[in-house]
Design a protein around this ligand. Structure first.
Ligand SMILES: C[S@@+](CC[C@H](N)C(=O)[O-])C[C@H]1O[C@@H](n2cnc3c(N)ncnc32)[C@H](O)[C@@H]1O
Length: 254
C-alpha cells in the first residue's frame, strides 16, 4: 500500500505525468475530471485510479529520471543523458562524498543525492542565493534534502572541505578553480566538468595540463529518440543536438 507523504506519479491516458506527494483530502484537477488523492492510500504502485468522470490514470513510483524531468528550473540544467554518464565516470554510489558547484536548479545535485544514499553526502555550492534556495526547494520536494550540505559561496574562495571522493563543476569558467578542486578531493579520484562550447573546453584543457591532473578525457553524449510505433518504427523528427561537452580527469598525488 502507498503511504501518506510518499511521492507518486499519476499518468493520464495520453501519457501526461503529474508528480505529487500523497495527502488525504488532496484533489488533482485534470481535463479528464477530478482525482481524489485519498483513494491512492488504498492502492499500490502500478494500480489504476479513476477521475470522477471515469477516465483511467495509472499510479507509478517516480524514478530519478521523473524527478529530474519535474524540477523547477531557472538555470540551464544537466539532463539525464549526461547525468547517467557523469555518475558512472565519477564512481558515485552509496556512501560517496561528492563536491559540486554550481548547484543551479539542482538537477545534478538531486542525482548525486539519490545515488549516495543515506550514508553518503553531497557538498554543493552556488554563488547566487536564489539558486541555492531553488535547489533546496527541489531537493525537499524529492525528499533528498538531508543528504546535501548546500551553501551560498563563490568557489573562488575555495570549498572549505577535504577528502571528497569525487567532484564536479558546472560553472562558466571552471579553469579558474581547478587547483582548489584538486585540493578538496582525494588523490587518485575523478573530477568532471560540463561545458557547452569548444572555446571553454580548450581553456579548461590548458589549465588541466598545467595542474595535478592525469587521464584527461573529453566526450559528448548523443541521444536519439524513436517513435515507439511498431507499424512504422523510425526516429523522432527532431532532436536535442547538443547539450554540452563532458570533461573528466584524475587527480595525481599532490
Ligand atoms: C548552469 S548552472 C548549474 C546547473 C546545475 N548543474 C543543474 O544541473 O541544475 C551554473 C551555476 O553556476 C553558478 N556559478 C558560476 N560561477 C560560480 C562560482 N564561481 N562559484 C559558485 N557558483 C558559481 C551560477 O550561479 C549558476 O547557478
Amino acid at each position: 500500500m502507498i503511504s501518506p507523504g510518499e511521492l507518486i506519479q499519476l499518468v493520464s491516458p495520453q501519457g501526461k505525468k503529474y508528480l505529487m506527494t500523497v495527502e488525504a483530502g488532496k484533489e488533482l484537477h485534470t481535463h479528464h475530471g477530478k482525482i481524489d488523492i485519498s483513494e491512492v492510500l488504498e492502492k499500490d504502485f502500478g494500480d489504476e485510479i479513476k477521475t470522477h468522470l471515469g477516465k483511467v490514470y495509472h499510479i507509478l513510483k517516480p524514478t530519478l529520471y521523473d524527478l529530474i524531468k519535474n524540477i523547477e528550473r531557472k538555470t540551464q540544467i544537466i539532463y539525464p543523458k549526461d547525468i547517467g554518464y557523469i555518475l558512472v565516470r565519477l564512481g558515485v554510489g552509496p556512501g560517496s562524498k561528492v563536491v559540486e558547484a554550481g548547484c543551479g536548479s539542482g538537477s545534478l545535485t538531486m542525482s548525486f543525492a539519490y545515488m549516495v544514499g543515506e550514508t553518503g553526502k553531497v557538498y554543493s555550492f552556488d554563488r547566487r542565493e536564489e539558486f541555492v534556495s531553488l535547489c533546496k526547494k527541489n531537493l525537499t520536494k524529492a525528499g533528498l534534502e538531508s543528504r546535501v550540505v548546500l551553501e551560498v559561496r563563490d568557489i573562488s574562495e575555495g570549498f572549505g572541505f577535504k577528502s571528497m571522493d569525487c567532484g564536479f563543476l558546472d560553472v562558466r569558467e571552471p579553469w579558474l578553480y581547478v587547483e582548489q578542486l584538486a585540493e578538496v578531493v582525494k588523490n587518485g579520484s575523478v573530477v568532471g566538468f560540463l561545458l557547452p562550447t569548444t572555446n571553454q573546453v580548450t581553456k579548461l584543457l590548458e589549465a588541466l595540463e598545467k595542474g595535478p591532473f592525469i587521464d584527461i578525457d573529453v566526450v559528448e553524449i548523443m541521444l536519439r529518440r524513436y517513435k515507439p510505433i511498431y507499424e512504422r518504427f523510425r526516429p523522432d523528427d527532431r532532436m536535442v543536438a547538443h547539450t554540452g561537452f563532458l570533461i573528466f580527469a584524475r587527480i595525481k598525488n599532490k
